[in-house]
Ligand binder design. Structure first.
Ligand SMILES: Cc1cc2nc3c(=O)[nH]c(=O)nc-3n(C[C@H](O)[C@H](O)[C@H](O)COP(=O)(O)OP(=O)(O)OC[C@H]3O[C@@H](n4cnc5c(N)ncnc54)[C@H](O)[C@@H]3O)c2cc1C
Ligand SMILES: *[C@@H]1O[C@H](CO)[C@@H](O)[C@H](O)[C@H]1NC(C)=O
Ligand SMILES: *[C@@H]1O[C@H](CO)[C@@H](O)[C@H](O)[C@H]1NC(C)=O
Ligand SMILES: *[C@@H]1O[C@H](CO)[C@@H](O)[C@H](O)[C@H]1NC(C)=O
Ligand SMILES: *[C@@H]1O[C@H](CO)[C@@H](O)[C@H](O)[C@H]1NC(C)=O
Ligand SMILES: *[C@@H]1O[C@H](CO)[C@@H](O)[C@H](O)[C@H]1NC(C)=O
Ligand SMILES: *[C@@H]1O[C@H](CO)[C@@H](O)[C@H](O)[C@H]1NC(C)=O
Ligand SMILES: *[C@@H]1O[C@H](CO)[C@@H](O)[C@H](O)[C@H]1NC(C)=O
Ligand SMILES: *[C@@H]1O[C@H](CO)[C@@H](O)[C@H](O)[C@H]1NC(C)=O
Length: 584
């Protein structure tokens, strides 16, 4: 059954907002850019190389007031000059378009309270949930005379309400060579939903991730669809474009595997339908080829599945149970050694591990009862008991997965600053080198990294003949675990400290995991933006085809997100600010 998920658009709206051919540009010209036209680029030298850069406030090519106000009327008055979320706590916001008085006691109180809340951040026009990539500028404060600047936030935002607004934003950004950011929920771990000096198109009014699951649940009989483990990740934005794993992945694959159709707007401003028969090459690229790289999704249709009774178990081992770290890591080694076994039995397992604590919530068994889950977990608990180890565990069963999801999965925080990275563990790696993987994780934890594990297998629920129907790296079908690595660092720390944190993430923490699990790969949505050899790590054998499709569908680089196909020559020069293309 086909169920239209996540889009608040009606079919009528889609039709009436279709733009005319006037929005199209000459793709042959674009293919040779830059420069095209020359006055739309600013040329800069950086670190010994020449760059052609997008247009920013203060550059001669930045649009004038009348051009902006014309855009504003095209988008129904939904264009806004942005201020950082914390600006109401400061007397003055010193922005690129001038100084603005921003202090507002009531708004300051509300943003201070809301800043750590995921939903509060999601609903803001431009915020990123991981503040590192905003440069951590202008955080809520009680010192109103401190300086509030733009940091790496965008300059203007279109709060898009219709596909026509999105088309107008894409056309304006392309014609004026502006840095363009598509911003949905702001969950992005790699900083891809913020960008210095950019124009943002905020698509959030088009969808609601919580509604997506609720919408499927409201069908008769109730259905489920694949979502992330976190209910607030958008289901029609970055998630399917990166692949999208979740609690059902062991049973049904990635969200991208379940996509039936995307309605999109391309870099030339056209509204297109993409599915297995129409624009099928673009449809393939959108199913795992990387967010903000090929087109903007405005509506998505996914397969749904019958909901079923489900059971979850939690496990905690921490200093309340043992302070013997040898024993603790022995227990973790036993737990981790079962990754292949758990996923073969159909489980999904979500956990966090640090130097002295393991928190598993939950071991998830969809379609299984308490006795069945306990039988699957028995070997693990026998091992723990044999070690003479204490632990806490609880098991709960529910009449639907939907009920379990909202009860057992824990909420997430926002407003924290950190770098994230990660790697997946091949089934062969777990089978041959569990001790090596555990030792790499232990070393990462000892280096201060926070580690979040997700055991799933995206290959066993999807026939191998269909793995390549999406552009997700085929290697991700043969892993049994995804680890997210988190290195805490403030976005306004001295540049040398930020560089050291990046170095630690890439060359200590993640390097250890890569070496221990050579059969793994990297997952584009939960990864180090500076992942070495990223083309292979993210897409493997699918990369050459994705590169060709990027050249076909976005030859000029209207869209940009770090480490997505075709961005080899693009860089954010001048300390992660100006987006530029290297030229000879
Ligand atoms: C708390 C938390 C839990 C997570 N859990 C999971 C999980 O279980 N499984 C998983 O796979 N991932 C998970 N993720 C990672 C998630 O997949 C990415 O953060 C994803 O990019 C979020 O997409 P978004 O559209 O919600 O967010 P945004 O940050 O708004 O956008 C992310 C990227 O997609 C682009 N984009 C957004 N909307 C569109 C659109 N309509 N068209 C084109 N491009 C668009 C943006 O430009 C940006 O590059 C989690 C992240 C967080 C913070
Ligand atoms: C400058 O270029 C060199 C050589 O390519 C590179 O190693 C270095 O990281 C670059 N520095 C910056 C700040 O980009
Ligand atoms: C703004 O720019 C447009 C396009 O270059 C130009 O036609 C127009 O005259 C300019 N308007 C002002 C007020 O400078
Ligand atoms: C766009 O128009 C609306 C409605 O007239 C106005 O409130 C808003 O300030 C304008 N935006 C900009 C950037 O001028
Ligand atoms: C903005 O305010 C700062 C601090 O008072 C001042 O240094 C700067 O010159 C002002 N900028 C503009 C454009 O007025
Ligand atoms: C970003 O933060 C660094 C400190 O970490 C600072 O040196 C730099 O000036 C900031 N850049 C912007 C654009 O705010
Ligand atoms: C810690 O646990 C290990 C492994 O079980 C054991 O060999 C060792 O004796 C324990 N150390 C202490 C101090 O109890
Ligand atoms: C997927 O396609 C790649 C080439 O693009 C090929 O190497 C791989 O074997 C294919 N995998 C499957 C399962 O068909
Ligand atoms: C997967 O792709 C193959 C080859 O293009 C096609 O024949 C098949 O119908 C596709 N399967 C699905 C479920 O889309």
């Amino acid at each position: 059954m086909k169920s239209l998920i996540s889009s608040l658009l009606t079919a009528a709206l889609l039709l009436t907002q279709h733009l005319t051919a006037s929005a199209q540009t000459d793709t042959d010209t674009l293919a040779n850019s830059p420069p095209s036209p020359p006055q739309k680029w600013t040329y800069r030298k950086w670190n010994g190389s020449n760059y052609a850069c997008k247009c920013y406030a203060g550059d001669a090519c930045w649009p004038n007031t009348s051009q902006w106000s014309q855009l504003n009327s095209t988008v129904g008055g939904n264009l806004r000059v942005t201020t950082p979320p914390g600006a109401p706590c400061y007397n003055t916001f010193q922005g690129p378009l001038g100084n603005v008085s921003t202090y507002n006691a009531a708004q300051c109180t509300s943003v201070t309270a809301g800043f750590p809340s995921e939903q509060f951040q999601i609903d803001l026009p431009i915020a990123g949930l991981w503040s590192y990539f905003t440069n951590d500028t202008c955080r809520p404060t009680t010192s109103r005379t401190d300086t509030c600047t733009l940091g790496h936030y965008p300059v203007l935002v279109i709060m898009a309400k219709t596909t026509g607004h999105i088309q107008a934003g894409i056309n304006f950004a392309r014609d004026n060579n502006l840095r363009l950011i598509i911003r949905n929920t702001g969950h992005d771990f790699l900083g891809r939903s913020v960008g210095w000096g950019a124009l943002v198109i905020n698509t959030h009014s088009f969808q609601d991730a919580i509604t997506a699951l609720n919408k499927a649940h409201a069908l008769t009989p109730p259905k489920i669809m694949i979502t992330g483990e976190c209910a607030t990740v958008g289901v029609a934005g970055g998630l399917p474009q990166g692949g999208g794993h979740g609690p059902w992945t062991t049973l049904k694959g990635f969200l991208a595997d379940t996509a039936l159709e995307f309605e999109v707007i391309t870099a030339d401003g056209q509204l297109l339908t993409t599915n297995a028969n129409t624009n099928s090459d673009l449809f393939w690229a959108l199913r795992g080829g990387g967010p903000a790289a090929f087109a903007v999704i405005v509506s998505a249709s996914y397969k749904t599945f019958d909901d079923v009774p489900s059971t979850g178990t939690t496990l905690n081992i921490n200093t309340a149970h043992t302070t013997n770290s040898t024993l603790f890591w022995q227990a973790f080694t036993a737990f981790h050694g079962y990754s292949n076994y758990f996923t073969e039995k159909g489980l999904y397992v979500y956990y966090e591990v640090g130097t002295t604590s393991l928190h598993v919530q939950p071991f998830l068994a969809i379609g299984k009862n308490v006795a069945q889950l306990q039988a699957i977990l028995k070997p693990l608990f026998d091992d723990l008991d044999a070690m003479g180890l204490m632990y806490d565990t609880t098991t709960k069963t529910y009449s639907t997965y939907y009920d379990l999801y909202f009860d057992m999965f824990e909420g997430e925080m926002a407003g924290n600053s950190a770098l994230t990275g990660g790697w997946t563990m091949g089934k062969a790696d777990v089978a041959n080198n569990n001790a090596g993987i555990v030792s790499a994780l232990r070393n990462a934890a000892n280096n201060g990294a926070i580690l979040v594990g997700h055991m799933w297998n995206a290959g066993q629920g999807v026939p191998a003949s269909e793995w390549n129907n999406t552009s997700v790296n085929p290697k991700l079908r043969q892993v049994s675990e995804k680890i997210i690595t988190v290195v805490i660092v403030s976005g306004n720390a001295p540049l040398s400290m930020k560089a050291a944190a990046q170095q630690k993430l890439t060359y200590v923490v993640d390097a250890g995991l890569r070496a221990a699990a050579p059969n793994g790969a990297a997952y584009i949505n939960e990864a180090d933006p500076h992942q070495p050899n990223w083309q292979q790590a993210f897409w493997g054998t699918n990369y050459p085809a994705l590169l060709k499709l990027r050249q076909k569908w976005d030859p000029a680089g209207v869209f940009y997100a770090v480490s997505t196909p075709g961005t080899e020559n693009w860089e954010q020069i001048e300390w992660e600010t100006r987006l530029c293309k290297k030229v000879q």
